[in-house]
Design a binder for this molecule. Sequence first.
Ligand SMILES: Cc1ncc(COP(=O)(O)O)c(C=O)c1O
Length: 432
Amino acid sequence: MGKLAICGGERLRKNPFTQWPLSTNEEKAALEDVLESSRWGGQPFPGKYAAAFASRFAEFHTAKFGQCVNTGTVAIQAALKAIDIQPGDEVIVPAYTWEGTVGPVLLLNAVPVFVDIDPDTYCLDAKLIEKAITRKTKAILPVHLGMRFADMDLILQIAAKHKLKVIEDCAHAHGGMWKGKGAGSMGDLGTFSFQSSKLITCGEGGAVITNNLEYLERVQSYINAGRASVTDQFHHRIVGFNYRLGEFQAAVLGPQLDRLPLHAKIREENMAHFEKRLQGTPAIGLLKTDARITRLAPYGFVLKYFSEQAKATPRAAFVGALQLEGVPCDGLFYEPVYKSSLFPVKPADFPALTWGREQSLDLRNMYSCPESERAAYEEAVWFPHQLFLGGREDVDAIADAIQKVLANLEELRGLDHKAIRDQRLSRADRES
Ligand SMILES: Cc1ncc(COP(=O)(O)O)c(C=O)c1O
């Protein structure tokens, strides 16, 4: 029997960490209020809770307007409609993200163009964007991934120079601030997800924020079956769908927005302590801090694992050992989207991949983004944000578990690493 739990030793962390989502009596009271109101849906549009939350949420992110929708994927789709993405337009996206960033581009029969990530942040590498711009490029869709921001200064500069629109995917960045400006408020539109794992959640939901009334009106028409928007100053009518958020979901968002600043502070302090504990640990690297991030909004803590400094122990074995020590974490959290099994693109299904070209674009085989592939398949280790909502002892337990595994790597040597990997749920079966 070894020292590591994965080899039959005693598990380091026996108590569960903070569970997510959290709820209080305020969510209960709001739900009861909706129940008794007989006003459960989002039509007449917008619902009372959805409207009140959307404007508070926008203001919290220093934007003028907000609109709730029923998922984060739909938020991206609606934002693309707002900037009038047309079939065949190209949209620049990071290669390393959740597939839901890219699906809406294809769904509107536009063409995603993958750009690699910056290894310092794991976000879209703004320095590579200009090389990917063609005469068909219409927009840049950066994701503020994990715990960092894409370089919005450079992205906005490039967008202005090439007359491109910017949509910020902020599914990971609720409450985040870049130089005092809220996530999602710097580009033309910002999109958020309220799916179960997110920093604010209603199970499934999303929001779009913008400073542009015309964009808001287009979003409102699109997500409300093509009806006129609330203000209807621009008279847009778009063939739309029912993508409204119901009132039960909207009702539980408000209390979480009230708690978000406190949660942000707790996470920020705990993560700073965690980084201190990890400084100088062999085989562990940290993403670069950036003074322009004036409020951290971490969907998860992301670190880098260097297997060559860990006696060539594969990441799957390191992550498996940590999990069995009682620390929830994940290695293959995202894949480069172009390689993902959740991205089975057939050109016949998306005609824009063929228009005006001698050969269809083969999105699954035409890209090689080395930093995204290194993060996805070798280096990145993701810890969910709720692990950092408890006390210092929780953070210390995570750091202790990492030190314990690294100190006993020789025990992992005899294990069947493939079996460890296979025991874990495949990505396709996990929740987003
Ligand atoms: C980066 C990113 N973009 C978009 C989405 C899509 O959000 P949803 O799952 O609410 O459709 C998610 C969430 O799952 C995400 O993590």
